[in-house]
Design a protein around this ligand. Structure first.
Ligand SMILES: [Zn+2]
Length: 117
């Protein structure tokens, strides 16, 4: 993978990450508006932290953020684009569809077959 491709994929990952977090911030501000209206909620409000808000994302989004962060870390250490299982290169075509994928197509298929059994 050349630097140009990686740069493009990194942009995709960061964009997707921002979209998810934008949703998260909307949750946060909705929730602040709610607690301002209702003082009795204040105590509850203090108990809640960012983790609580993070929990409001559905599981898929949480997994996606984690996958994106992992992919970005791999980019920083030059391990990006390599299957974590067989260490072969993941095709550029696959990365363009799923920039955060950790495994190549054949390892993913094998894993899916295994978990289905
Ligand atoms: Zn593989």
């Amino acid at each position: 993978m050349d630097a140009q491709d990686q740069k493009r994929l990194k942009t995709l990952l960061l964009k997707r990450r921002r979209e998810i977090f934008d949703r998260l911030h909307r949750f946060e501000s909705d929730w602040e508006a709610l607690s301002e209206r209702d003082i009795e909620m204040e105590e509850e409000a203090q108990k809640a932290d960012l983790t609580g808000i993070f929990d409001q994302l559905d599981e898929m989004e949480q997994n996606e953020i984690e996958a994106i962060d992992r992919a970005l870390t791999k980019m920083a250490s030059a391990g990006y684009g390599t299957c974590e299982k067989c260490l072969r290169r993941i095709s550029l075509r696959r990365l363009e569809t799923l920039p955060a994928s950790r495994f190549c197509k054949s390892c993913t298929q094998k894993e899916e077959q295994r978990t289905r059994l």
